[in-house]
Design a protein around this ligand. Structure first.
Ligand code: C2E
Ligand code: CA
Ligand code: CA
Length: 922
């Protein structure tokens, strides 16, 4: 609402300003002339006849001729007046100059006629002494006449254009207000010096006129004048009393007086309206034009013209019916100026809009052109027949087509464009990939295109014609990268072999097809040395060569994978039974072991090979089959097998358990799952307790009790035995503080511990930690370790022995130590393996062996301890042969510390009495 009001105000203000300007100009008479002209025109359009109440007696050419002289003798006027008076007129007005004296007789006669008449008016007037002179002369009838008649002013004042439009009510003559001839004739004297407009629609020709000579000669019937006003005046041109009227031209003075009298007498004096009403209507018209007309200027102008016509017709009708003069003059210039102003404004605004739009179109075209030209995708505009209308810069660069050769579009692109143009491609399927030779190189192009209709595409700006705009992108590099990425997602970058998942996919498809499958896993040895000696690059190259050899080892190997750092898997292409698979495995191994000579230097590597054969139809997954081959390889590697290893489920189970034990042991030591038990050692001669052997026990929460025979070798293989051995030493020596000082403890030591290098330090720490003398500690080492052992072993033993700790040779008899060898070892006791004791009862060969070993010990001066003494018979034999010590279930099973303390007490040793002494003795 407020907006509409604002808009109306914006329109109303200029219209109002124009109207005000109209008022202002009108006030200064700017439109007076035009108003007069319009008034004249209206009068001409609605002519009317005079009422006939005034008759003109014309002193015309005929009268002049008949009388023969001018001025006439006043006798002629007297005769004329007498004749007229006799007809009984209302009044008689002489529009004749009686201001000068003529022949006295005539003058007397006229004075007498005036006396007799009593209804005569005589003309008086003022005029300039000379044209342009300010001096005024007054023409009045001679006093002799004036005394006998009424005075009538016959002055009229012409407008600037020389035409007379106004007529005075009265004229001031010699200081007196003299009624005008017209006022007197109309009998409507108002005593005002103002002038009123003549009603020009009264036709002068309709005024009844008779010739003066006709009256003088009695040819006019007296009824012509009875009751009417009569004007006697000159109409002859030569007499000069001629007045110029608008539309009617030059008329005799008497006619003008009659016209004035007619208007006054019949209320036909034109009344001019104030311009306010007109200007208000004009304001409305302007507002309407501005509101509605400007939208369609021609219709607006026509409507405006019609409205003006209607208004003028109404004004005419007002003039015709009520002599109302509507001053429409301001309408034309003001409205014209306003409309012109509006139209010019509109034209200027349109011109500005057009210029702005043209600039916008130019800018948009320039922008689109730049976007088109600089588009990273190559864009081509193709019309029917493969005609290339435009290329973007990248199109020219990519396709090497110069702007001149308009048909030089590579064949695949042209075919694609034509297919689009001919509607041969379904909607939305405008995308193609095609290979195009560009500047001698094959590029892969991704082309998208769509069909459109465009005018101006080929010179003709009006008729749209079909075009296609293929947008071409060079995806060669992108595609190569995608292929490389896809390749790398399935292949190992270093060797080009498959990755594990891809290998499993191939194997899986083969298993799904129910085909028998043999999978080989090779774990290389010696790669680390190649890496460290020759550099990683050579190492990588070596791995790649290995992969190539594996791929070519058998015709049609479907898959070779690199499983990890130095592990490769091979899937056999042919269905193989176990022996054939073994042969292939052997060949793979031989292939790998063949030196790689092309690396600049001949490089040899070894491999552990494991494989598995899955018979046709067996239910196992690809992952399971590969795991089997890997497990076999692990076993081959762990056992340093020189030949391929076929997967064995039982072995694998053991391996699995070994791995679990390996994992659990480390955690178990922290969680204090280990404990040490003590098996008593007694003197054979008197059965006295001399010491104990410390034996490890482990109860895992998930595996249950695990025998040392099982977990010790695993700990040895992983090196964990060093931690475990250190812990046993500490535990056993600490426990010894609770036992009498004469009791020793024997702790088992593994070969792995000997090689570790920390044994000596561990022993010293454990001894000082427990505060137990070294003499109470024995270390047991198996005979087989000594036989395999390296040179450093004996030195280590000697160093430890030097510290006061003594060595027992464990499991004697399982190896084949010679007497000469034994004599060089730093040992203090020999423990005969329990296998020899076990045979004492029933094996006839056992006794001679015992005797021989006993003899050996005596000759080396080493005490012999026999293990595995389970019954009295065993003991009796040992005693009979002078064996020094014995250990076995006959005396006690391995005992927990409290049980062992109890056992010691039962054997007569008092731990409480002796323990403190033992501790203090360190
Ligand atoms: P070993 O050193 O020969 O230990 C003696 C084994 O014979 C013990 O088995 C013991 O329980 C068993 N034994 C003792 N008396 C008899 C008997 O009268 N008859 C029979 N049949 N067996 C008897 P255990 O405790 O199972 O130990 C097995 C092996 O584990 C040990 O053989 C030893 O080589 C190793 N071992 C045990 N504890 C440790 C340890 O702390 N460190 C190291 N390195 N090895 C240990
Ligand atoms: Ca032992
Ligand atoms: Ca033993």
């Amino acid at each position: 609402m407020r907006q509409r009001l604002g808009a109306l105000l914006r329109r109303a203000i200029p219209a109002a300003l124009f109207v005000l300007a109209g008022f202002w100009a009108d006030d200064r008479g700017a439109f007076a002339g035009l108003n007069d002209q319009i008034g004249d025109a209206r009068a001409a359009l609605v002519p009317r006849d005079a009422s006939g109440e005034v008759v003109v007696v014309a002193i015309d050419a005929a009268s002049l001729q008949a009388v023969g002289v001018w001025p006439w003798s006043r006798r002629v006027h007297a005769d004329l007046l007498t004749r007229l008076t006799a007809a009984g007129p209302r009044d008689v007005l002489f529009d004749i100059d009686f201001s000068f004296a003529a022949d006295p007789a005539g003058d007397r006669a006229f004075a007498a006629a005036l006396d007799a008449s009593g209804v005569a008016y005589l003309a008086g007037f003022v005029q300039r002494a000379a044209p342009g002179s300010p001096a005024i002369t007054t023409n009045l009838p001679l006093p002799a006449f004036a005394e006998r008649a009424w005075l009538a002013a016959v002055n009229v004042v012409p407008d600037a254009d020389g035409a007379v439009r106004h007529y005075p009510y009265a004229v001031e003559i010699d200081g007196a207000t003299v009624p005008s001839a017209g006022s007197l004739l109309a009998g409507a004297y108002v005593g005002s010096l103002d002038a009123f407009p003549l009603n020009l629609s009264i036709r002068p020709g309709s005024i009844s006129t008779v010739s003066a000579i006709d009256v003088l000669e009695g040819r006019v019937p007296p009824e012509t004048f009875a009751g009417r006003s009569v004007v006697v005046g000159a109409t002859a041109v030569e007499l000069g009393d001629q007045i110029s009227l608008p539309i009617h031209g030059v008329q005799p003075g008497p006619v003008v007086h009659v016209l004035a009298a007619e208007a006054l007498a019949h209320g036909a004096v034109p009344v001019t309206l104030r311009p306010g009403l007109v200007l208000l209507a004009l304001f409305g018209a302007m507002l309407a034009f501005q509101t509605f007309g400007l939208r369609r200027p021609v219709a607006g102008l026509v409507l405006l013209a019609v409205s003006l016509g209607a208004a003028e017709a109404a004004a005419l009708s007002a003039y015709a019916s009520a002599a109302i003069l509507v001053p429409t003059a301001p309408v034309y210039p003001v409205l014209g100026a306003f409309v012109l102003w509006q139209l010019v404004g509109k034209i200027l605004a349109s011109a500005w809009t057009i210029r702005r739009q043209a600039a916008e179109i130019r800018d948009t075209a320039a922008l689109l052109g730049t976007v088109f030209e600089d588009s990273s995708d190559a864009i081509i505009v193709v019309a029917a027949g493969g005609e290339v209308l435009r290329h973007s810069r990248s199109a020219r660069q990519l396709l090497h087509c110069d702007g001149q050769d308009r048909t030089a579009l590579p064949d695949p692109l042209r075919r694609h464009a034509e297919a689009l143009l001919n509607g041969q491609l379904p909607a939305g399927d405008g995308r193609r990939c095609c290979e195009v030779a560009c500047a001698g190189r094959t590029r892969l192009l991704d082309v998208t295109g769509s069909l459109s209709m465009a005018a101006g595409a080929g010179g003709d700006r009006t008729t749209p014609r079909p075009i296609v705009t293929p947008s071409v992108r060079d995806v060669t590099v992108e595609r190569q990268q995608a292929e490389r990425i896809a390749f790398l997602s399935d292949h190992d970058e270093t060797t080009g072999a498959l990755r594990r998942h891809a290998f499993l996919d191939r194997l899986g498809s083969r298993l799904e097809a129910g085909t028998p499958a043999a999978v080989f896993v090779l774990r290389l040895r010696g790669v680390e040395s190649v890496n460290s000696l020759l550099g990683r690059d050579v190492g990588d190259e070596l791995l790649a060569r290995v992969a190539r050899r594996l791929e070519t080892s058998e015709p049609g190997v479907p898959a070779v994978a690199r499983l990890g750092g130095k592990s490769f898997a091979v899937l056999s292409g042919a269905p193989l039974d176990a022996p054939a698979a073994d042969r292939l495995a052997q060949r793979l191994l031989e292939d790998i072991e063949e030196p790689f000579s092309s690396l600049g230097i001949a490089v040899s590597v070894g491999a552990s090979v494991g494989y598995t054969v899955r018979p046709a139809g067996a239910a196992s997954t690809a992952a399971e089959v590969l795991n089997q081959a890997e497990a076999a390889t692990q076993i081959a590697e762990a056992n340093r097998l020189a030949r391929p290893m076929l997967y064995d489920p039982a072995l694998a189970d053991r391996q699995l358990r070994a791995r679990r034990i390996e994992r659990e042991m480390a955690a178990g030591l922290d969680r204090q799952e280990f404990e040490v038990v003590y098996q008593p050692q007694h003197r054979v001669a008197d059965g006295a307790l001399v010491g104990s052997e410390a034996l490890l026990r482990w109860t895992s929460p998930c595996l249950g009790p695990v025998r040392p025979d099982e977990f010790i070798p695993i700990a040895e293989s992983t090196g964990f035995i060093a931690d475990l051995g250190r812990w046993v030493l500490r535990r056993a020596l600490r426990d010894m503080r609770n036992l009498p000082g004469h009791l020793s403890v024997a702790v088992n030591v593994s070969a792995a511990q000997m090689g570790h290098g920390t044994l000596m330090a561990d022993i010293s720490d454990a001894l000082s930690d427990a505060g137990v003398p070294a003499s109470r500690l024995w270390l047991e080492l198996t005979e087989t370790v000594l036989l395999d052992g390296s040179g450093g072993l004996v030195e280590t033993m000697s160093d430890i022995r030097f510290r006061g700790v003594r060595w027992a040779l464990d499991d004697f008899g399982t190896g084949y130590s010679s007497m000469a060898y034994l004599s060089r070892l730093p040992i203090d006791k020999i423990k005969l393996d329990r296998a020899f004791v076990a045979g004492l009862g029933d094996d006839p060969a056992a006794l001679p062996v015992l005797r021989a070993i006993n003899g050996l010990c005596r000759s080396l001066d080493l005490p012999l301890l026999c293990e595995g003494v389970e019954n009295d018979e065993h003991l009796a034999v040992l005693r009979a042969h002078g064996c020094a010590e014995a250990q076995g279930f006959l005396f006690a099973r391995p005992l927990s510390l409290p049980d062992f303390i109890a056992h010691a007490r039962a054997c007569g040793a008092d731990p409480a009495a002796d323990g403190g002494r033992a501790r203090g003795a360190t």
